[in-house]
Design a protein around this ligand. Sequence first.
Ligand code: FMN
Length: 359
Amino acid sequence: MSNTFGQAFRFTTWGESHGPAIGVVVDGCPAGLDLDESDLQRDLDRRRPGQSQVTTQRKEEDRAEILSGVFEGKTTGVPISILIRNKDADSSKYDNLKDLYRPGHADFTYMEKWGHRDHRGGGRSSARETAARVAAGAIAKKLLSTLGVTIMGFVSQIGDVTWDGTDFDPEEVERNSCRCPDAESARKMEEAILAARKAGDSLGGIISIIGIGVPPGLGEPLYGRLDADLASAMIGINAVKGVEIGAGFRAATMKGSEHNDAFDYVDGRVVPRTNNAGGILGGISSGAPVVVTFVVKPTSSILIEQDTVTTSGEKTTVRVEGRHDPCVAPRAVPVGEAMMALVLADHWRRSLGSRVENF
Ligand SMILES: Cc1cc2nc3c(=O)[nH]c(=O)nc-3n(C[C@H](O)[C@H](O)[C@H](O)COP(=O)(O)O)c2cc1C
């Protein structure tokens, strides 16, 4: 099975939504990085359930315990193990789902693959696992900060409410429940989510993740392209249905003369004047901000009655009760940031041997 991601800086996650705990082992972090549990907690708190009206009301503290790989506040170079206990799993709400397949979920495909499934909250398919990625990503972010790299994400669309790209206020992102950079758009997004929740339905959304200060030269021209690894990382997040790099699908309507980013020379450095390429040319980072955008589908678990079948093939209907995110986009922001950090940290370590003068 594939539970490991990355090569030189890699992580392996384990655990299920309704088991006693989940966790992650991070391998490949160099020794000597200042690290303690508070470094992981900030992003875990941003991903945590129960943060606001627009997220699931499951109440998890998501406290990260570092079990290995850190001594006297510094990484030691050996695997870093992190444990996050599940404290608020309520399996009773899932009893009526034991013998049927929820539309939009992995129930049917999981059953086809293994011949059994953990019907309580999706088992291994649950997005609860993304807490482990966020903890690993916080280590990658800390490592990248020593290179001057920062990563930030935000929501630009929820349902049919779109932020028009003006009034970008990075401070605003963490001030509102939808993680939108504009307060007025965030207010409309929140209204749309609450209306969908009231109707027993759900909404999708669009998230952008930006890496600033990424050094040029990360990635490879063919297999191991930085853009391919970022796309794989993002589409590997539960509910993600599409990924764009830079101008993305808008490229179809642009001319070459518009899409090409003309080069300039500023303060002794080659810099593109625009960034339609999203900071990546030929699979390798250019030094411009790395920009990845992805779409999450509307949450599968909805209260509205839907047609389905039982595991023995009888037609039936289902209303999915329990505590769910009416829109996963706001909580997917720290997950997307973590995945970008993990890919960049991996490629940074892999790039170190690319020139003789680096030895
Ligand atoms: C942060 C986050 C939270 C999620 N919360 C829920 C949820 O509360 N209810 C739900 O049905 N799906 C939720 N999902 C999505 C499901 O995990 C996912 O859509 C489902 O397993 C089907 O997989 P697929 O859409 O990737 O094919 C969440 C996804 C993310 C990224």
